[in-house]
Design a protein around this ligand. Sequence first.
Ligand code: NAI
Length: 296
Amino acid sequence: MTSEKIQRVGVIGAGQMGAGIAEVCARAHVDVLVYEQTRELAAAGRARIMRSLDRGVSSGKITEREREQAAWRLRFTSDLGDFADRQLVVEAVVEDEKVKSAIFAELDQIVTDPDAVLASNTSSIPIMKLGITTSRPERVIGLHFFNPVPVLPLVELVTTLKTSAAVTERAEQFAGEVLGKQVVRSADRSGFVVNALLVPYLLSAIRMVESGFATKEDIDKATVLGLAHPMGPLALTDLVGLDTVKSIADSMYEEFKEPLYSAPPLLLRMVEAGLVGKKVGRGFYEYADNGRVAKK
Ligand code: NAI
C-alpha cells in the first residue's frame, strides 16, 4: 500500500533551523504548523521567517505573490496537541537529548496517522535514542537540514536499525522531490557524515585561538583564501551557534570517546557567558541587526 502524499507538516521549534525548515516547506506548497513553547517565541519565529521571505523577494529568488502564499500556509501553535493530523513532523528544538526524547514520547501519544513520519533535525544525537521513546520506532528517522535551510541544498537522511523501508522512502521522496533538496544517507552514528567531519575542525580552530597559535581573523582568512572555504571556522561556529557546537561535540565525544571531539575550555566559557554566536549578536565576532559582522 502506498502512503498518501505528504501535505500536512508539523515543525517543532522556530529557532534558526525550525524557522528555515518551516519556510522551505511553506514555499513547497505544503501546509505547515509550527510549534513554539510560548506565544512570544512563536511571534519571534514568524518574524524570523518573514524576514527571510523578504530577503528572498529582494534578492529575486521568490516573487511577492510567492511570499504571500508561503505566509498563508504557515500557522503557529504553542499546543503540541494540535499536531494530531500531521503526516510528517520535523523536530528542531535545542540539541538536548532529554528535551528531544520528551518531545518524541509526547508526539507518539498525539499523532494519530499510523503512516506519519516522525523526523528529527538533530545534528548529532543517534536517532535510535529518540525512536525508542516512542511505540513506533520504525516510523522515526533523521532528516538533517543545513543552515541556512532555504540556501543550502543538502539533507542527510539517517535511518536506524528499526526505521522501515517505507518510511525511508517517504522521507527521501519528500526531501528530494517536494523540497528539492539533495539527499545523502548516513548510518545512525553521532554527527552523521557532515558534522563528524566538520566538528573536530571547528574545535581545532577554537583550540588554535585559545593557545594563541593565530588570531581568529587570521584563522578565518587562512581557510577562506587558502582552502577556498566560503567562511572560516570561527565565523562558521558563530553561524551554527556555540551552544549547538558544544552539544554536538558532547554527543560525539560520548559516542566515540575521541579526544579531538571534546569541547575546549574556551568554548565552554563562551557558552556559559551566553556568547553563543550570530543568533544572539555575539560569539567570536559581534553582529549588527542585519546579521553582518559589526565589530571584530
Ligand atoms: P536555536 O537555538 O536557534 O533554536 C532552538 C529551539 O529550541 C527554539 O525553537 C527554542 O524555543 C527551542 N527550545 C529550547 N528549549 C526547549 C525546550 N525545553 N522545549 C521545547 N523547545 C525548546 O537552535 P537551532 O540552531 O535552530 O538548532 C535546533 C536543532 O537543529 C538542534 O538539534 C541542532 O543540532 C540542529 N541543527 C542546527 C544547525 C545549525 O547550524 N545551527 C544545523 C543543522 C541542525
